[in-house]
Design a protein around this ligand. Sequence first.
Ligand code: TPP
Length: 582
Amino acid sequence: MDGSDPSTEVKRGAEAMWEALVAEGVEVVFGYPGGCIMPAYDVMPRYPVRHILCRHEQGAAHMADGYARVSGKVGVAIATSGPGATNLVTGIATAMLDSIPVVFITGQVPSKFIGTDAFQETDITGVTIPITKHNYLVTRAEEVYPILREAFELARSGRPGPVVVDITKDALQNVCAPVAPKPATSSKRPSRAKRGLAPSKPISEHDLDRAAALIASAQRPVILAGHGIVRSGSTELVTQLVEKCDIPVGLTLLGLGGFPATHPHALGMMGMHGEAWVNQAIQEADLLIALGMRFDDRVTGNLATYAKNAKKIHVEIDPAEVDKNVRVDVALIGDLKEVLERLLPRVADKKHAAWNAALGAKRAEVAPIDIVNTPHDGRLFAAHVMHDLYRLTEGKAVVVTDVGQHQMWEAQYYKHDHPRGLVTSGGLGTMGFALPAGIGAAFAAKEKEVWIIAGDGGFQMTAAELSTCVQDGIKVNVAIINNGYLGMVRQWQELFYGGRYVATPIVSPDFVKLADAHGLPGMRVTKREEIPAAVAAARATDKTFVVEFRVEAEDAVYPMVPAGADLHDMIRRPSKNNGGAK
Ligand SMILES: Cc1ncc(C[n+]2csc(CCOP(=O)(O)OP(=O)(O)O)c2C)c(N)n1
């Protein structure tokens, strides 16, 4: 916050709202108007902020989220009271679980009506208590500016996250009194905001020395690289640590790109659909160095057997995450970048030739049975699409995925070498995320091409946002992986529910005609050979382009650690060269 007092400069709460956004450098907001937020929309054209009209407020929330993930800035979504605000909820929870800084501004009924079940009244601060880093109810025009500035600061500081600012219609309409505003935070609960603020205790020299000593004595160390690397911008420093100490790196889903996938020390993704050699490396390690990750259950499998013989160092910004799932030997609570800057001079050069060679050998065993390396008798597998998309875009695209099998195949086959090149809902696993998040990402990606990868199920959840692309001239490339099923659930039914496919076959519209109905170009791909032409056609137009990939219907994602099973106890890739398909 710059500490200035704008209350003498601005006239109404609605104007103060935009003043605050302009002061924060906001260039684009995503939203949908309605009664209580109308005063804000009315004055919007006076401010240098672009507004994107979503087709559903969930879309606005994911757009702001996608924008935040790619730009590294705070995203902004706006909705009216009641149904507008509640439609944001899935997007707020998505941002919360993935620690994405987004400020959600909602209109609220006039303060005198609060609590009367007035038309379009919902207690949105009440609703969002568990899924925000903090939220505010603003009832006075004077509060609008300072609280919004505070909300931005809170959203991006410490462990980032979503903040809701609910503003009553009268606070937007009223004239700000020309007095210094009181910091009248109206949250209804004790501040969880503390969670995101800078840790209170400084990192001790002693703990840094203990971490360095563990690294010095380890024979089989593994670094676990998480989302914190991306968020703190620590790629360079992690690479230094890796190269200095010759340590292999496993990545979480949200960590992908935080450490380059093509680096010789990169093992790939860990966890439920992680590669066998990565999970084995973790189970055989004598030291885990967890950097900006939170030992999510999708990553650890059975906690009782997780990396049993390993000492553990945990570098994490949020103290609440330390010792939550996995007990650690050394906790370094703070900004990863700062920790690494202080840790690096304390660690000596080291080699782990035998350990790295052993992991490399395990990896080499898998390559010959990988679907992308084997003859495919003309059939199209989703893995082909991911692999070829990676090749054709030279790994430089910003890829935004939805949730399901395609999400895991993308993580396995698109090699991310750069931070912020993958946008995906990891924590909440929100279907319907990809198209709107991709639209938001497009505003931040600037000159990079954006590829949205969605399943036939998830795409249909938010497909209405194709209209947004048309109205606002947004260029994204949409790849729909159509297997005729809610694939990931079908896979679980196949493996764990006796093959009973209940409510997972799904009918879809003709996606190419759907694009056409929006005035957008599209193409259908049924053979691997057709992939390059589709990518070329998508690139050749400045309109949003839809490619429907008709892929093998009953293919499965392997390897797989069944939920709650031991991390090393995974279902391997089938040895026949047909992927998992029947
Ligand atoms: C909003 C929401 N509802 C339900 C689920 C549960 N779910 C997870 S994956 C999945 C299937 C996704 O199917 P599809 O979009 O076709 O992608 P595929 O798995 O076939 O690649 C479902 C239903 C979810 N993650 N999100």
